[in-house]
Write a protein that binds this ligand. Structure first.
Ligand code: UT7
Length: 331
């Protein structure tokens, strides 16, 4: 029997138009805490030096996880040269959907007309995966498994987060980090591996280090998550390359964009090139590395036939990677 694989055939994104700069945050925090004390305030220098972030895109009240995810999906379908009717399943990686149900995937399905009620020939199944900033890698692995099992021919994998909805703009420890973004990939059954391998994991004993509070705000023990993230990137990359016949020097790395210092440490530790666009986007959780992949294709950092490791880490604490051979892709 011939082996079945999956490959990425189209990528697309949605970038909200509003920009929030470090200087805006300086002002916001000073307005929130007019009398200080100083340990409530922030400044551009601190944010830049400790994170590498200059600015982030933020969504308006009208831009929801589903509307942003649907726009990204439309663009990915267009770039793949296919229509929603050709899709067999939708999996949406997200942590910030306003409600637990209906899933963001099903709202997107309806926006895109992926059901019989809207004239599609079938009702496309859809579900969400919530695994912190590792969610897109978990979703991609699930999609790849579904295709390899012979169950589906083509799927939409979407990573979207509207982190500004759950950011506490009076907490300098977290509010300087996050932005909003959506990214979508179309993956399809293939004769040769596009997605070569995935490696997923997590350590629930770290569950309290990064949480959504009862008030629906992000709280994070930054130092602990930083240590975990640096370890997780290195371990994931070493683990995923094992038994593939490739070496780390043969691959490029697109890590979750959480902190420029984490990315630089990974480059040093692994002796591989790692992509960074955190300066312009901040941390966009489930959308961060799938979008970075598209951007890197667009600016030539990533090319056809390159091997790339997409590696993520986040709340749970979860970690995970996908090793991908880049195909011919339009951006
Ligand atoms: O996406 C999921 C995964 N997330 C991550 O991987 C994030 C991992 N963590 C990090 O990236 C970093 O820990 C942070 C960027 C969140 C924080 O950087 P840090 O170098 O670990 O700073 P810190 O938390 O150790 O704080 C150092 C100092 C503290 O002051 P004291 O106690 O030394 O007086 C903080 O209160 O910096 C202070 N601080 C700030 N100062 C100005 C914290 N945030 C700010 C701020 N502006 N925005």
């Amino acid at each position: 029997m011939t082996a079945i694989y999956s490959a990425v055939i189209g990528v697309g994104s949605y970038i909200p138009g509003q920009i929030l700069t470090n200087y805006d945050l300086e002002r916001i925090l000073k307005e929130r805490w007019p009398d200080g004390p100083d340990d409530k305030w922030t400044d551009n220098k601190w944010i830049l030096e400790r994170t590498g972030i200059v600015e982030r895109h933020i969504a308006t009240a009208q831009e929801t996880n589903a509307s942003m995810g649907a726009m990204a999906a439309r663009r990915a379908l267009h770039n793949a040269g296919i229509a929603i009717k050709d899709i067999d399943f939708i999996v949406c990686a997200t942590n910030t959907n306003r409600v637990n149900f209906p899933s963001c995937a099903m709202i997107i399905q309806d926006i895109l007309g992926g059901n019989k009620t809207r004239g599609n020939h079938k009702d496309i199944p859809g579900y969400d995966i919530q695994a912190g900033c590792t969610a897109f890698n978990y979703a991609l692995a699930a999609a790849d498994d579904g295709i390899r099992a012979g169950r589906y021919a083509r799927g939409l994998v979407i990573g979207v987060d509207k982190l500004t909805d759950i950011t506490d703009y009076s907490d300098r420890n977290t509010c300087v980090l996050f932005g909003d973004l959506a990214s979508a990939w179309v993956i399809e059954k293939a004769k040769k591996p596009g997605i070569i391998k995935h490696h997923l994991g997590g350590d629930g004993s770290g569950k309290a280090q990064l949480v959504m509070t009862d008030k629906r705000h992000i709280w994070m023990n930054g130092r602990e998550v930083f240590k975990f993230a640096s370890r997780a990137i290195a371990d994931c990359c070493k683990e995923i390359i094992k038994d593939t016949g490739y070496k780390l020097k043969d691959v490029k790395i697109i890590p979750h964009q959480a902190n420029k210092r984490i990315t630089e440490a990974a480059e040093k530790m692994l002796g591989a090139q790692a992509y960074s666009n955190i300066d312009r986007f901040g941390n966009t959780s489930a959308a961060s590395y799938p979008y970075a992949f598209e951007e890197a294709l667009g600016n030539g950092w990533l090319r056809e036939d390159d091997l790339v490791i997409l590696v993520g880490f986040g709340a749970g604490l979860t970690y995970g990677a996908n090793l991908i051979k880049v195909g011919k892709l339009k951006t």
